[in-house]
Design a protein around this ligand. Structure first.
Ligand SMILES: Nc1ncnc2c1ncn2[C@@H]1O[C@H](COP(=O)(O)OP(=O)(O)OP(=O)(O)O)[C@@H](O)[C@H]1O
Ligand SMILES: [Mg+2]
Length: 498
């Protein structure tokens, strides 16, 4: 008897359809899985055998062959347990195999028959929707599947429920996607940051245009504090962005219970992070921190402390907005359009430039420390913020708080509305250079200033466009159609040599 069920395999964020075929023949008792299965899939055999035994389903003393087709696509993960178990049950005529044709099934089996949560239900549901199928998934992942709008969902708690469902003895009811997600509240606010006017303005521009920022300053100036408060300024995730981000989180098993990510990510890995953990990869080609920060923020504190080769790996994704991980057997592509916020001290002791405190190696130690960052990496930052130490007296004596996040965010949202009004659907940081130049139309004063900027900062072509993009955002914050001299001058203040 031949039975078939359907599932998927993941390669990066790409989903490939997989057909499970089971044939039970007479012969020496044997249970084989073929079709480029990894160790987790191979171990399915033991889980399924024990699970059947515990549910009281007699495992046939026959030759069982499971084929995962297409045979040349690698199959990774424990989610193959459920489609294989269902297919064997259909081959044993426990229920009609035709019923499985309408579904894609994913789930990991426990030895007692419980269907455990597995990664990737959201992208699998989208695939099911496209192929006009339903989805059989773990009970806890029902919400995740429901967000895609797919109507035929069977969220099953255990294999016995599923058997009864297909035999018509019991109906498993579909989940209802939550329609309202509670608005996210932050426990921190920009008003807690005293002084640092330049840094606050820099972050406002960065949030309005999606620009990369490097903050440099002495210890205790408030760099980490400002970065932690940066997400309070960001616009909400637009619906299409939320879906992309949720797919990546689904593949990493990091989706919240509501089933959708609705808040821009803020990832702040420690500088001891390995390269595969940062950019993605490892034996199973998992999304890295840069992909988890897709459409959100990647904060790298103490930037020069990160290993050089780890930082250099960021260069390509920073330009292309995605990372391609190549393995001998397969290629995985993950989106990684993130906003890079970084902080550093000007030198190892941190007090370079403060005559009373700097160490005896100054200023050479500064050159040495800053030299850990390569020119190409620095060229990818749009805004450089040089911070000074804050006088403790200002902390105690200042009576009024700084502007709060809500006020700054209102200005940022108004600048983003201004961008949308001119038909722009991307962030200023993603402006195509030709389009940026086309709308520049410099007058004499602006041309003169641009010439000065070339000479003063010895700009690369990339640096020049990044300067213009920042000026564009400053113009947007002021609701100006055209970039003028003032906007460019302010952008130049953030274009310093580290
Ligand atoms: N501008 C500020 N306003 C209010 N509090 C501040 C400010 N700067 C620093 N602080 C206080 O000092 C603490 C340390 O600041 P923070 O960790 O941001 O410093 P840092 O610049 O990141 O230093 P380091 O270079 O050592 O990492 C903050 O938690 C906060 O309590
Ligand atoms: Mg810090």
């Amino acid at each position: 008897m031949l039975a078939k069920s359907y599932t998927v395999s993941f390669q990066g964020i790409d989903v490939h359809p997989v057909t499970v075929e089971v044939v039970i023949n007479n012969g020496l008792p044997n249970f084989n899985i073929v079709g480029l299965a990894d160790k987790a899939v191979g171990e399915s055999r033991e889980r399924i055998r024990a699970c059947f035994h515990n549910l009281g389903v007699a495992f046939p003393a026959k030759r069982i062959t499971v084929n995962l087709s297409p045979a040349d696509v690698p199959k990774e993960g424990a989610h193959f347990d459920l489609p294989i178990a269902l297919c064997i049950l259909a081959a044993l005529k426990v229920f009609d195999t035709v019923q499985l044709e309408e579904y894609i099934a994913l789930g990991e089996l426990s030895l007692d028959g419980t269907i455990n949560q597995c990664v990737g239900i959201l992208p699998a549901s989208l695939h099911a929707l496209e192929s006009e199928k339903g989805i059989i998934c773990p009970y806890q992942s029902g919400n995740e599947a429901a967000w895609t709008g797919i109507s035929n969902i069977i969220p099953a708690k255990n294999l016995l429920d599923l058997i009864n469902h297909f035999k018509g003895d019991q109906i498993i009811s579909p989940p209802v996607a939550p329609t309202n997600i509670a608005a996210h509240t932050f426990s921190v606010d920009m008003k807690e940051v005293r002084g640092q006017v330049m840094a606050r303005r820099g972050l406002e521009i960065a949030a309005a245009g999606g620009h990369n920022v490097l903050m440099s300053g002495p210890p205790g100036a408030g760099k980490s504090m400002l970065a932690q408060r940066f997400p309070t300024l960001l616009p909400p995730l637009w619906p299409e962005e939320a879906l992309e981000v949720s797919i990546i989180h689904s593949l990493s098993g990091l989706l919240p219970d509501s089933g959708l990510v609705t808040q821009r990510a803020y990832r702040d890995p420690h500088h001891s992070i390995s390269m595969p953990a940062l950019v993605g990869g490892g034996a199973k080609a998992k999304p890295g921190e840069i992909s988890l920060a897709h459409h959100g923020v990647l904060f790298l504190d103490e930037l020069p402390e990160f290993p050089r080769y780890t930082l250099e790996a960021l260069r390509q994704p920073l330009e292309t907005g995605e990372v391609l991980i190549a393995r001998a057997s397969n290629h995985a592509r993950f989106p990684a359009k993130f906003q890079l916020i970084a902080a550093m001290n000007p030198c190892r002791c941190g007090y370079l430039g403060e005559v009373e405190r700097e160490c005896s190696k100054a200023p050479l130690c500064g050159k040495d420390y800053q030299g850990k960052l390569s020119g190409p990496l620095l060229d990818r930052f749009d805004l450089f913020i040089q911070m000074q130490k804050i006088d403790p007296k200002d902390l105690v004596l200042a009576t009024d708080d700084g502007e709060d996040s809500a006020t700054i965010r209102a200005r940022i949202m108004s600048a983003i509305d201004f961008q949308h009004e001119r038909g722009q659907r991307y962030k200023n940081a993603d402006f195509k250079s030709a389009e940026l130049l086309a709308q520049l139309e410099p007058d004499e004063a602006l041309s003169e200033l641009l010439q000065k900027a070339f000479d003063r900062f010895s700009l690369s072509a990339r640096g020049f466009y990044r300067l213009l993009k920042v000026a564009r955002t400053i113009a947007d914050l002021a609701h100006h159609e055209k970039i003028n001299k003032e906007h460019l001058l302010e952008a130049m203040q953030f274009r310093m040599v580290v």
